[in-house]
Design a protein around this ligand. Structure first.
Ligand SMILES: Cc1cn([C@H]2C[C@H](O)[C@@H](COP(=O)(O)OP(=O)(O)O[C@H]3O[C@@H](C)C(=O)[C@@H](O)[C@H]3O)O2)c(=O)[nH]c1=O
Length: 181
């Protein structure tokens, strides 16, 4: 076998990752949604749609609370899981890789790990269903600002949040050198 055949035999072939409109075809946990929010630009500036309850998968879940979280470069927030609410994220600035690990016994994507990277150059609206472990990793070199609009308002007395350490052996992903919790 010559060098070409030997190297190709060891190579992996890229699979399709976007549709012909450039929309990410990133896999998602069942029930998650990802919607591109391209800039609507005119001579005055741009407009980015953040949320509209008529979008697919949003029916009946109006925004009842919104907050912004920031992540310094290299920081990871997570692993987090919510039982009573889903997360709805819109990236404002920076570059974040969202990791999701589905542990729902009846889900067709049970045991699957998903990674979706979003940046200011390609803003997306992402929804993560309850009972899906997730972590937000700032893979950029600037502070990231993330707008969150959970499907339920924050319960100060009984936060709907469970945590696993970033180095848990229970989730097949490592964050070498990352800081956070
Ligand atoms: C979400 C939230 C938190 N807090 C408080 C709780 C805590 O003292 C501080 C930081 O909260 P958190 O540690 O939950 O913030 P943070 O680690 O940024 O949490 C985020 O992480 C990612 C992975 C997620 O899953 C998100 O849902 C969100 O929980 O802010 C509020 O006062 N109001 C709120 O609405």
């Amino acid at each position: 076998m010559d060098l070409l055949e030997r190297t190709l035999a060891a190579a992996s072939k890229d699979q399709r990752t976007t549709d012909d409109k450039g929309t990410l075809l990133a896999g998602l946990p069942q029930g998650g949604t990802l919607r591109a929010s391209p800039p609507i630009t005119d001579d005055r500036g741009s407009l980015f749609e953040v949320f509209n309850e008529v979008w697919p998968g949003q029916g009946g879940n109006p925004v009842r609370q919104a907050y912004v979280t920031t992540m310094r470069p290299g920081v990871v927030k997570g692993w987090g899981l919510h039982k009573r609410h889903g997360d709805r994220y819109f990236l404002l600035t920076g570059t974040i890789q969202f990791l999701m690990y589905d542990v729902r016994p009846d889900s067709p994507t049970l045991g699957h790990l998903f990674k979706v990277t979003v940046s200011e150059a390609n803003r997306q609206f992402l929804t993560i269903p309850p009972f899906v472990w997730h972590a937000d990793h700032n893979v950029g070199d600037t502070e990231a600002l993330l707008l969150s609009m959970p499907t339920e308002p924050y319960d100060y007395a009984d936060p709907d949040k469970w945590r696993l350490p970033l180095d848990t052996p229970l989730i097949p992903h490592k964050f070498p050198g990352a800081r956070g919790y």
